[in-house]
Design a protein around this ligand. Structure first.
Ligand SMILES: [Zn+2]
Ligand SMILES: [Zn+2]
Length: 213
């Protein structure tokens, strides 16, 4: 078995299937770590992966690199893209890896007997050379790596809801720390407020946005 086979066996064991996205995740993990000159899989925290979608792709990436949410070495920046940025936390060197734009078509050349797109991609992505499959672009993070990783043991309480905030994720309101939800906008709204906001937003007569009678 090749190294890639081993990685895909691990990745697919988490899903009970193997799919082209897992293959891309595995290939990107291998190529990205090689570009950074780092050995994988890692059990330390030197390699940070920021994947641009969740799902099967991230499993392939995790199986190859050892980066995971539970180790705080895998993050999702949900752009809905099959791409990842790998960061060497020690040197702050980073590369963003994405598929070449025409990989779906190219895959057929590596799987001439496969008539279905899915299987052509599944086989093709395992055999295409890196240069044909991927783009690897040096990038710089907009947020310093020290700020992303933060420090262990740091905690404050939100001045509005009182809940504890770890990893320096608070936002300052003057001298007072606020959690992201209280600083807003949050990704959720308490159910008891949904009715209030809806009532305020639509006029019962014309159903348009609220206006004075
Ligand atoms: Zn899948
Ligand atoms: Zn709060």
């Amino acid at each position: 078995m090749t190294l890639l086979d081993n990685i895909l066996e691990l990745s697919s064991s988490w899903h009970k299937h193997l799919c082209p996205r897992q293959v891309l995740g595995a290939r990107m993990g291998l190529a990205g770590a090689a570009a950074l000159g780092l050995e994988i899989p890692r059990s330390d925290k030197r390699l940070l992966a920021i994947v641009e979608t969740d799902g099967c792709f991230s499993s392939g990436l995790e199986a190859a690199t050892g980066c995971s949410v539970r180790h705080r070495t895998l993050r999702v920046a949900d752009y809905g893209k099959i791409a990842v940025t790998l960061v060497d936390v020690k040197t702050e060197t980073a590369v963003r890896i994405a598929p070449q734009l025409d990989v779906r078509q190219k895959a057929y050349a590596y799987a001439p007997d496969e008539k279905k797109h899915y299987y052509a991609q599944l086989v093709g992505y395992q055999h295409m050379p890196d240069a044909e499959l991927l783009t690897i672009q040096p990038v710089r993070l907009q947020t310093p790596i020290g700020q992303i990783v933060s420090r262990a043991g740091v905690r404050v309480n939100c001045a509005v809801c009182g809940e504890e905030i770890i990893n320096e994720r608070e936002m300052m309101w003057g001298e007072r720390p606020l959690c992201v939800a209280c600083a807003g906008p949050a990704y959720y709204m308490p159910e008891e407020l949904v009715f209030v906001v809806k009532a305020r937003k639509t006029c019962p007569d014309c159903q348009s946005a609220s206006h004075s009678q």
